[in-house]
Write a protein that binds this ligand. Structure first.
Ligand SMILES: CC(C)(COP(=O)(O)OP(=O)(O)OC[C@H]1O[C@@H](n2cnc3c(N)ncnc32)[C@H](O)[C@@H]1OP(=O)(O)O)[C@@H](O)C(=O)NCCC(=O)NCCS
Length: 155
C-alpha cells in the first residue's frame, strides 16, 4: 500500500465530493464538499486527494502557509468508509508531516479532533502528536513538534 497526495482539479473534484465516512463518523469531519468550498475562499489551505494507485481513497487539507495567529494546521482528514483500516490514514498524516517538515518556518503542526474521536486521537498520538490542553472551539488540540522526534516527518 502506498499513498500519493494529489491536487484537486477539474478532473477529480467530483470524485472527492463523493467520498464519505460512515454515518456514525459524520460528526467527526465536515463533508469534502464543504472543505473544497472552504479552500476556495481560505487561500492559505491546501486540499489534496489521497490516492492508492488510481483509486481515490481519502482527503486531507492543511495549511500551505503559516497562519499569523494559528501557525500550521492539518484541518481535515478523512478516509472513505470503504477504504478504512488499511493504513491510509496513518500514511497520509506521515506524508503531510514529511511535506510540512521541509518548510523552513514550520517547527510545529497542530491538529484537533472532537473529544470522543478516540480512533483519531490514538492515531495522532502514535505519530508523535501530544495534547496541548487547549480547545479549539469544542475540539481537543494536539501538537507535533519536529525537533522532538526522530523518524518520519523529522527534519
Ligand atoms: C480517522 C481515520 C482518518 C483513520 O483512517 P484509516 O485509514 O482507517 O486509519 P489507518 O488504517 O491508518 O489506521 C490507523 C489506526 O487506527 C486504527 N483504527 C482505524 N479505524 C478503526 C476502527 N474503526 N476501530 C478501531 N481502530 C481503528 C487502526 O487499527 C490503526 O491502528 P494501529 O496503527 O495501531 O494498527 C478514519 O477512521 C476516518 O476517516 N474517520 C472519520 C473522519 C475522522 O474522524 N477524521 C479525523 C478528524 S480529526
Amino acid at each position: 500500500m502506498t499513498v500519493e497526495l494529489r491536487p484537486i482539479t477539474e478532473n477529480n473534484w467530483h470524485d472527492c465530493c463523493k467520498l464519505k465516512v460512515a454515518d456514525d463518523q459524520k460528526r467527526f469531519v465536515a463533508t469534502n464538499s464543504i472543505s473544497l468550498v472552504q479552500a476556495a475562499y481560505e487561500k492559505d489551505l491546501l486540499p489534496l486527494a489521497v490516492y492508492d494507485g488510481e483509486a481515490m481513497v481519502g482527503f486531507v487539507m492543511f495549511s500551505k502557509e503559516r497562519h499569523p495567529q494559528w501557525g500550521y494546521w492539518i484541518i481535515r482528514l478523512m478516509v472513505d468508509e470503504a477504504h478504512q483500516r488499511k493504513g491510509y490514514g496513518r500514511a497520509t498524516i506521515k506524508e503531510v508531516l514529511r511535506r510540512l517538515g521541509e518548510w523552513p518556518d514550520c517547527a510545529e503542526v497542530f491538529i484537533s479532533e472532537v473529544p470522543d474521536n478516540v480512533i483519531a486521537a490514538r492515531l495522532y498520538e502514535s505519530l508523535g502528536f501530544v495534547k496541548t490542553g487547549e480547545l479549539m472551539g469544542d475540539e481537543v488540540v494536539m501538537k507535533y513538534t519536529f525537533s522532538a522526534r526522530d523518524g518520519q516527518g523529522d527534519r
